[in-house]
Design a protein around this ligand. Structure first.
Ligand SMILES: [Zn+2]
Length: 416
């Protein structure tokens, strides 16, 4: 068995292969929507095959191939490696300074859509797994690589299906999502979005407000109070509070909006759509609005619902009801979980920096693993500015170092 240092040297020695893999994946435009990932999946399968890594492709529905590859000792601990191979659309091509699908490497950067989110993180995981296989490195446990097609559109047939169907389970999970070189994500917000529906009594507009009951007026009365959802006080342990504090500090640096770091440990409330009424001279008999609510760790969907009920009671209007829309609980992994410690140790080794453990305000597939109680962290190379925007790039050294962190963390974690 090679030592941790020798394994990292092996990554260094083979870095050109890693960079070519990154470039090749960028060149295949697996844009979602529409979400056609057949070509990139075929490419990854061929790469695994060349390195004698056994895999299967599962298709829960047509057009949603999931790759599940395994290497190591199935009787030991199981470490899941996860990444999505889809990318968001490029938007306006004219606003890119370079071809988003060239995969060109220039001035220490890899260029293109998906470099940060997350083809280079994914390439790192695939490359490391194949490197271990190619060199016949014996592991005490098993690596299970899952490549999913649809993270950018909620992951229903990718990670959600793989976990909920029991196809994939494990003792811990690393996701190569972009976090930057000495940050990792160990928790994220949930979602308690809902719809308000107001019914009124129609009448001729000339008689309002004496005759009829205006649904728009009733809806506005309730909407004027929904902001109070932001006042819900989260409940969490001192340990979570510590990570929360670090996350607020990071958000301060990353979010330009004045005071926007509050999003980390408060609910956010966004009235996203509103519609109602039929005609200007009719008293509106129907109105509705959709409200996007993101819940921090320590606030459950149930707590938000209780607040909605309270708002409706206080607004004192008849025939206004709510329906919950897309809901997911906030989720987190213990800051001292073995897998987090393994990554922290290797980040220190590779970068000479303490790993910063933070909670995110956005969400990802990590939640599906955490709902099963699998300690999960996200760690991957990133230039955060270009993600879901224009001119996406990633640093070459960041990609190589991430792969070194992966190989060290994987082998450290799987030791008996
Ligand atoms: Zn992503």
């Amino acid at each position: 068995m090679l030592s941790n240092k020798e394994l990292k040297d092996l990554v260094e020695k083979n870095k050109e292969e890693l960079l070519k893999l990154c470039s090749d994946l960028i060149k295949i435009p697996s844009v979602n929507p529409p979400g056609d990932v057949e070509e990139i999946v075929e490419y990854i399968c061929n790469y695994l095959k060349e390195h004698n890594v056994s895999y299967e492709v599962l298709r829960p529905t047509p057009g949603t191939p999931d790759i599940v590859a395994r290497y190591g000792n199935p009787n030991g601990k199981k470490l899941i490696l996860n990444g999505h191979c889809d990318v968001v659309p490029i938007g306006d091509r004219n606003r890119w300074a370079f071809d988003p699908f060239s995969g060109e490497i220039k001035d220490g950067k890899i260029l293109g859509r998906g470099t940060s989110d997350m083809k280079c993180g994914l390439a790192g995981l695939i490359f490391v797994m194949c490197l271990l296989a190619k060199n016949n490195i014996e592991l005490d446990g098993e690596i299970i690589l899952t490549v999913v097609p649809d993270e950018e559109t909620f992951g229903d047939w990718g990670t959600k299906w793989l976990t909920e169907s029991g196809t994939v389970t494990g003792d811990a999970c690393i996701i190569g999502e972009p976090t930057g070189y000495f940050n990792c994500e160990i928790g994220q917000k949930g979602n308690a979005s809902f719809k308000l529906i107001a019914e009124g009594t129609p009448a001729h507009g000339s008689l309002s407000p004496f005759v009829g009951e205006n649904a728009i007026v009733k809806l506005l009365k309730v909407l004027s109070k929904v902001d109070s959802i932001r006042d819900i006080v989260p409940r969490y342990s001192d340990e979570v509070a510590e990570v929360m504090q670090e996350s607020r500090e990071m958000a301060k640096k990353l979010i330009a909006g004045n005071g926007a770091w509050h999003v980390v440990n408060h609910c956010t409330v966004n009235i996203g759509t509103i519609k109602g009424g039929t005609k200007v001279n009719m008293v509106a008999d129907h109105a509705e609005a959709e409200i996007d609510v993101r819940t921090p760790i320590g606030v459950t969907v149930e707590m938000v619902e209780e607040q909605i009920v309270k708002i409706l009671r206080e607004a004192d209007v008849s025939n206004v009801r709510y329906e919950m829309l897309y809901n997911a609980e906030a989720n987190s992994t213990d800051r001292k979980a073995d897998i987090v410690e393994a990554v922290a140790q290797n980040v220190l080794d590779v970068w000479g920096e303490e790993l910063n453990r933070t909670y995110q305000w956005a969400s990802s597939d990590a939640r599906y693993f955490r709902y099963l109680g699998i300690p999960t962290l996200q760690y991957g190379p990133a230039d955060l500015e270009g993600i879901h925007a224009y001119n996406e790039t990633v640093g070459v050294q960041d990609v190589i170092n991430a792969a070194k962190v992966y190989v060290g963390a994987i082998t450290d974690y799987l030791k008996k």
